[in-house]
Design a protein around this ligand. Structure first.
Ligand code: G4P
Length: 528
């Protein structure tokens, strides 16, 4: 086997997704603890934007700054090099999360057993399904009085449109939570709430569920209940099918309590066994295999340095194929420039370090003085562009007003760079003289205003406008397309790639336009 293939086989790259508060941060931290990447809980800087008041946006920006290191967290576990990509849970940063999902090969979805499937869970899972990303589910907070596990599984299947297969089964819940039974390893793991900081590794082999050992461990009632439920599970669910999981149709499910360190090891052990290694990826020209000799990669995230004296940024690049080397020239496809990187960085837990080389499934941080936009591709010369960084329609639109005509240039530059970073989407009309900024949350407008002023010296205002949705439009019928663009010119704008979008303010509005122009296709995302 080639060295390249060996390195590929070692790597796993995944994201943890959840509705805020389900336990994503806690689980991340516990995984790092198991991986030996951190020594005690509490080390992971909390990306707690969700707990901050809307007005306190500077705090969020500070935290975004701090979270540079935690955007990618690498650790080693059982001969694997695992990268967790952090995904902000807060709704206002959902775009960030969607884009991060283009760089992973699988995800772990955390669900709070009390709340079940929540709003952000639905949205994030729809992205996973669209991209056929394999999903493992961790049902968290089993130490709380939650929903019945069978009901939870049914809810997940119905609401998230994915089949499930429990691989562990909880014994009781909340005050009666006694542990989990691992359905494949046939092991019983007993719960103790005191295990907060250490790794619980005491399990009991129970080959035969009818054994009296079960009564001894759990008591009569719980033992009987477990037997009945396991029988039901084995009767209802098909055996776990790896292919279905890998193609995104079947989610293995684990139960546990992240804060109590419980159920994590089973999750992690199964993850390293079944989660896909770095996968082939689509470009506009062809599918690129990870074991191709030549390096390719793409930028999925850009972090601004908030210190105005050091205006450099870090572009996070996922290596997709071949070997990346420090100080070697690579082709930046969009600008057709050759770039080399003197200090590419790798991320292990909360530490950054210089790397000489990187392999498919690695994420490298590239210091950038403004060359990169999200979605940019790097290659050894071949002209191709990685697909799959779609934009979704923003939910809030406002018109950008320049408050200081002397600083027009700075405003243009600032807003362009912030859009490149993915802070917001920009749609323009009248050759750019009208600018509509679209976001998924009010918070971003404050952030943009603040950053334009402090980083670019440009002051602006945002004026409310009535649009609520952007649909990218295409048509095979040029006449119809032109007619629409002419007759509804006030609703047509152009995205940063100069693609036309139709801006609507109600479902009724877009529906009636769609009826009037049946040969124009209205796309939900910027890629189709
Ligand atoms: P998030 O990143 O998904 O937003 O969630 P996070 O891990 O921050 O967890 C949200 C809250 O749920 C935290 O409590 C955390 O301690 C708690 N939690 C996580 N796992 C479990 C669990 O297994 N059982 C129980 N009972 N609670 C759990 P908090 O009070 O909001 O924050 P903190 O003060 O503990 O930081």
């Amino acid at each position: 086997m080639s060295n390249l293939q060996i390195e590929i086989n070692k790597r796993r790259i995944f994201g943890i997704i959840s509705h805020p508060d389900a336990g994503k941060t806690t689980l991340t931290e516990k995984l790092l603890l198991f991986g030996g990447a951190i020594q005690k809980a509490g080390t992971v800087k909390r990306n707690k934007a969700e707990k901050t008041a809307t007005s306190d946006f500077m705090e969020i920006e500070k935290q975004r700054g701090i979270s540079v290191a935690t955007s990618v967290m690498g650790f080693n576990y059982k001969d694997r090099k695992i990268n967790i990509l952090d995904t902000p849970g807060h709704k206002d940063f959902a775009e960030d999360t969607y884009r991060t999902l283009t760089a992973v090969d699988s995800v772990i979805l955390v669900i709070d057993c009390v709340k079940g499937v929540e709003e952000q869970t639905r949205k994030l899972m729809s992205v996973c399904r669209m991209r056929h990303i394999p999903v493992m589910v961790f049902i968290n907070k089993m130490d709380r009085e939650g929903k019945d596990p069978f009901d939870l599984l049914e809810e997940i299947e119905k609401e998230l449109n994915i089949s499930t297969r429990p691989l562990s089964w909880p014994i009781g819940i909340g005050s009666t939570f006694a542990g989990v039974y691992h359905l494949y390893k046939k092991q019983l793991k007993l719960f103790s709430a005191e295990n907060k900081m250490n790794i619980a590794d005491d399990f009991i082999e129970v080959e035969d569920l009818s054994s009296i050992e079960l009564e001894r461990q759990l008591g009569d009632k719980a033992a009987r209940k477990l037997r009945d439920e396991v029988e039901l599970v084995e009767g209802v669910y098909e055996p776990f099918d790896l292919t279905l999981y890998r193609s995104g149709y079947l989610a293995p499910v684990f139960f546990g309590s992240a804060i109590n360190n419980f159920g994590i090891e089973e999750l992690l052990d199964t993850f390293v066994e079944i989660a896909p290694e770095p996968q082939a990826r689509e470009t506009d020209k062809r599918t690129v295999q990870p074991n191709e000799e030549k390096f390719t990669g793409f930028v999925f995230k850009i972090h601004a340095n908030l210190d105005p004296n050091h205006r450099d940024r870090i572009a996070f690049c996922r290596v997709c194929s071949g070997k990346f080397e420090r100080n070697k020239f690579y082709q930046h496809i969009r600008s057709n420039k050759k770039l080399k990187f003197a200090s590419p960085t790798s991320f292990m837990a909360d530490a950054k370090s210089l790397v000489e080389e990187a392999w498919p499934g690695d994420v490298i941080g590239l210091y950038d003085a403004g060359n990169f936009k999200i979605g940019d591709t790097l290659t050894e010369g071949e002209t191709l562009k990685y697909l799959g960084i779609p934009s979704f329609s923003p939910e809030i639109f406002k018109e950008l007003e320049n408050m200081d005509p002397m600083k027009t240039k700075q405003l243009e530059k600032g807003i362009t760079q912030l859009v490149d970073e993915g802070v917001a989407q920009l749609f323009t009309q009248n050759l750019g003289s009208r600018k509509f900024v679209g976001t998924v949350g009010e918070l971003q407008f404050e952030v943009i205003k603040f950053r334009l002023l402090h980083e670019y010296g440009a002051s602006c205002n945002f004026r409310a406008i009535s649009f609520t949705k952007a649909s990218w439009i295409t048509s095979n019928d040029q006449n119809q397309m032109e007619k629409l663009m002419r007759s509804q010119a006030n609703r047509i704008a152009f995205d940063k790639e100069n693609r036309p979008v139709y801006l609507s303010n109600s479902k009724w509005d877009i529906d009636s336009t769609m009826r009037e122009y049946p040969d124009v296709v209205f796309h939900e995302t910027s890629e189709w």
